[in-house]
Design a protein around this ligand. Structure first.
Ligand SMILES: O=C(O)C(=O)C[C@H](O)[C@H](O)COP(=O)(O)O
Length: 209
């Protein structure tokens, strides 16, 4: 099942992948994303601050918030309760995917082989993440994997940055690209989020929004 959420992601063309160490960073980071013109956030469950950060960002109502690195059925339910509107995982866990779908949460699991794609098809999915994109051979691998599965669309993530994002986006089976380069923690290590806003604005200009 495709979902309207993917049309929103397709409009923005980029999914910023965020790992927050402190929930106090959630609001200023969201401010920087909105000010930079990219009101989308994939907040990963890589840090203990993730769930409260999702809640803080989702409550604002001015950006589309998803949960990333969703590894368990519990995280699926927690993310939904916190206001996340979509879920992303690095790999394909059938239990996690089934649970998400059973409670009406769009989920974009990671795939990197034809067998993974066929599991996604089996679960009725039409959009999957291609992860880790660059390490698995980049765009040429994605094109080869995509070829037999004409209904599938992809969100490549992993190793994508300003130097290669346009190549991926030029492939008509790509919904959007995930990336951390415009929200990486080194940009706000000193508590100043203006560097994030600048990097986000540059990324938005690059992808032509
Ligand atoms: O674990 C997940 O659910 C993820 O979403 C993984 C991230 O998408 C990538 O780690 C981002 O890759 P970079 O842009 O190369 O930093």
């Amino acid at each position: 099942m495709s979902h309207a959420i993917y049309e929103s992601l397709a409009e923005h063309r980029l999914v910023p992948v965020i790992a927050l160490d402190d929930v106090a960073q959630a609001s200023p980071l969201a401010d920087a994303l909105v000010a930079g013109g990219l009101p989308v956030a994939e907040v990963t469950f890589r840090t203990p601050a993730a769930l409260e950060s999702i809640r803080t960002m989702a409550q604002r109502g001015d950006l589309l918030v998803g949960a990333g690195t969703v590894l368990t059925t519990t995280q699926v339910s927690q993310a939904q309760a916190a206001g996340a509107k979509f879920l992303v995982s690095p790999g394909f866990n059938p239990r996690v995917v089934s649970h998400a779908l059973s409670i009406g949460m769009p989920i974009c699991p990671g795939v990197c082989t034809p067998s993974d794609v066929e599991q996604a098809i089996e679960h009725g999915l039409e959009v999957v993440k291609f992860f880790p994109a660059e390490a698995f051979g980049g765009l040429s691998t994605l094109k080869a994997i995509a070829a037999p599965y004409r209904q599938m669309r992809f969100i490549p993530t992993g190793g994508i940055g300003p130097g290669n994002v346009m190549d991926y986006l030029a492939f008509d089976r790509v919904v959007a690209c995930g990336g951390s380069w415009m929200v990486k923690p080194s940009l706000y290590a000193d508590g100043d989020f203006s560097g994030v806003e600048t990097a986000v604005r540059e990324a938005v200009q690059l992808v032509g929004k």
